[in-house]
Write a protein that binds this ligand. Structure first.
Ligand SMILES: O=C(O)[C@H](O)[C@@H](O)[C@H](O)[C@H](O)COP(=O)(O)O
Length: 254
């Protein structure tokens, strides 16, 4: 798949985003968050439906943060065989799953309602589980590669819990394991949650469908800078398109 322009489905405006788009990256811009959320939901649901045609169960990996909630709420209404879908996280802050700032809580409250309540959810953290045990469990689950991965981008260009200038970033990028524990001490984009578990490029690579959901003028401008280079140490979100595998589809709205 390559960049495209023109008018997309449902009358939304698609754009190649001006300069900086590259092979294997597609950008669709939507006029508002409602159209954006529904487009994301339709895209994920269609990819899951396709994957369900060829396997008994499918895995969906979701990011947290403040952006994707409305897209997950729209996806929750999609009519598909949710009882055959395993939902897991791209990354998690070292918080218990019911903590209001955990990514697990976001996914539970936004997605695991309506039709999607029948899905099976794998939280990374669990009471009594150490961070090493959490990573081991996440890596065991990841033996079944994800059909769909939904990524986000921080305002510093981080992806999952891979932050610019993070101690151990190069090791996490080179890791053969799908998930690693990270220490984001000193990374402003991590907020107060410095201990985290993150997907790695090895975990991203097998996914059949790769989406990046972003909103706002600042991230749109950052995206142009991100797409103009390849170095993931500067902007780890570049791993979304430099990691070999599926093309990257980016959905943006103001
Ligand atoms: O735990 C996290 O922080 C997220 O999973 C993270 O990787 C997220 O996707 C970006 O930080 C974007 O977050 P916002 O949507 O809040 O900008």
């Amino acid at each position: 798949m390559s960049a495209h322009g023109g008018t997309g489905a449902n009358g939304t405006n698609s754009t190649n985003g001006g300069t900086g788009l590259r092979p294997g990256v597609e950008l669709q811009a939507f006029q508002d968050s409602t159209q954006w959320a529904w487009a994301a939901a339709v895209t994920v649901a269609a990819a899951l439906r396709r994957a369900l045609e060829t396997g008994p169960r499918v895995r969906l990996l979701l990011s947290g943060g403040t952006t994707p909630g409305p897209a997950y709420a729209a996806l929750a209404r999609a009519p598909l065989a949710w009882d055959r879908v395993d939902v897991a996280l791209v990354d998690e802050r070292w918080l218990l799953p019911d903590d209001p700032d955990s990514n697990a809580r976001l996914v539970r409250e936004s997605l695991l309602a309506n039709a999607a309540a029948a899905a099976r959810f794998e939280s990374i953290t669990r009471p009594g589980r150490s961070i090493d045990e959490a990573v081991t469990a996440a890596n065991m689950h990841a033996a079944h590669p994800a059909a769909v991965v939904v990524l986000g981008m921080g305002e510093d260009g981080h992806v999952a819990s891979l932050f610019p200038n993070m101690i151990g970033l190069a090791d996490a990028i080179a890791s053969p394991r799908p998930y690693v524990a990270v220490d984001a001490t000193g990374c402003p984009g991590a907020g107060p949650w410095t201990r985290r578990v993150s997907l790695t490029p090895a975990g991203l690579a097998p996914a059949q469908t790769r989406l990046l959901l972003i909103r706002g003028a600042h991230k749109r401008a950052l995206l142009d800078r991100v797409l103009a280079g390849d170095d993931p140490m500067e902007f780890p979100v570049r791993l979304a398109f430099t990691t070999p595998g599926a093309p990257l589809r980016i959905l943006w709205c103001p």
